[in-house]
Design a protein around this ligand. Structure first.
Ligand SMILES: Nc1ncnc2c1ncn2[C@@H]1O[C@H](COP(=O)(O)OP(=O)(O)OP(=O)(O)O)[C@@H](O)[C@H]1O
Ligand SMILES: [Mg+2]
Length: 346
């Protein structure tokens, strides 16, 4: 249920705020999504007396051409955030712009593609008819549709013949999801918002959607997506943010968040525990030798090997996986006071 009071869906951005959009550009990439202290409170219950703080003062920027992943557990606020940007849910506080314009701006909407979390497909329509319908909504001319629809079907690897003949109720989940991707691309958007694009798909389906996202990225599209499938996020995102019960816990590139890998896992033989202990952490001994972790520059340890009568058999650069990082981040206490009611509400 929607909350009151709220901000209007479309409003004019104050003049003094417009100038700072490009001053915050990353290199020559202008920001395409900018959000300042965005908050959303839902009021539910018979007397609207139950308050759910879904988003708490979120500030973030997504730059042109980036693939940005918003991660969080169920109920973290990912869909709410996305729907506010799309003008489908009203924010309670804060400001947001898309392509430098206030959210809800008509001309900007035409440059946006959206794949909802649970898209609704008309069972009795074929994918072709569904895409025609989506194209009509954007006012795309029939002669343009004739060319664009088969191109899109090709892009998302759906057979054009089947797309014309088969009603969508006969489609697999993977085919439906790819039809949804084609629909999100029908207006050749500059920014794509994808809400859990890989969820519920088998490994091949996930792989295909991942490949589609990567090819869109190579075509310069800005892609913002929500996910909790961390392996996919790790492979395709330039930057991520972690949302935890409505709070933004961190934002950055994977290198910034996980480290650039000055940690090594080393396996070897020989040497005394005392000598090895000076350099290696989490030292373990097995039948074929020892293994341990070394942080920082490995040159000193490698130079000492002969003196301590040890040799190495394997050395790998390591860093925590996104999954490890994600779980560690969520375990840490939040810097902001928690409202236990937000998770109780799920
Ligand atoms: N229309 C609504 N009315 C009341 N509460 C809502 C509404 N929509 C979302 N919420 C609440 O807001 C919080 C955030 O929900 P949201 O759907 O944005 O999370 P999410 O991160 O997308 O979760 P999921 O991973 O399950 O899709 C949840 O506690 C949810 O119950
Ligand atoms: Mg969601």
């Amino acid at each position: 249920m929607e909350s009151v009071p709220d901000r209007p869906l479309t409003e004019q951005e104050p003049e003094e705020n417009k100038s700072d959009l490009h001053s915050e550009a990353q290199g020559d990439r202008p920001p395409v999504v900018q959000v300042w202290e965005l908050g959303k409170t839902y009021r539910t219950g018979f007397w609207f007396d139950r308050v759910i703080e879904s988003l708490k003062s979120i500030t973030l920027t997504v730059y042109e051409g980036e693939t940005f992943g918003l991660l969080g557990l169920n109920g973290a606020g990912k869909t709410t955030f996305l729907k506010i940007l799309l003008g489908l849910v009203r924010r309670t506080s804060g400001r947001a712009t898309l392509l430098g314009k206030p959210i809800g701006d008509r001309a900007t909407r035409a440059r946006i593609g959206y794949l909802p979390e649970n898209p609704y497909f008309y069972d009795y329509l074929t994918a072709w008819e569904f895409l025609q319908h989506a194209a009509d909504l954007f006012g795309i001319a029939k002669n343009v549709q004739k060319k664009r629809i088969p191109e899109l079907l090709d892009w998302v690897e759906l057979d054009s013949y089947a797309a014309k003949k088969k009603p969508m109720r006969q489609y697999s989940k993977g085919m439906l999801q790819r039809t949804g991707m084609a629909q999100a691309l029908i207006n050749n958007p500059d920014i794509l918002f994808l809400d859990e694009p890989m969820s519920g798909l088998d490994p091949i389906g996930r792989y295909r959607v991942r490949e589609i996202i990567l090819s869109l990225k190579n075509h310069g599209k800005t892609i913002f997506f929500n996910s909790h499938i961390l392996a996919d996020v790790e492979q395709i995102c330039d930057r991520i943010a972690i949302l935890d019960r409505g709070e933004l816990r961190c934002t950055g590139t994977l290198d910034e968040l996980l480290g650039t890998g000055d940690r090594y896992r080393i396996e070897g033989k020989g040497g005394s525990t005392q000598d090895l202990d000076q350099y290696l952490k989490n030292l373990e001994f097995g039948q074929s030798g020892w293994c341990g972790e070394l942080e920082g520059d490995p040159r000193e340890f490698l130079g000492r090997l002969k003196a301590i009568d040890a040799s190495i058999t394997r050395m790998d650069l390591t860093r925590p996986s996104l999954e490890e990082f994600f779980l560690q981040t969520l375990k840490k206490p939040s810097p902001v006071t928690r409202h236990p009611s937000s998770r109780d509400s799920e």
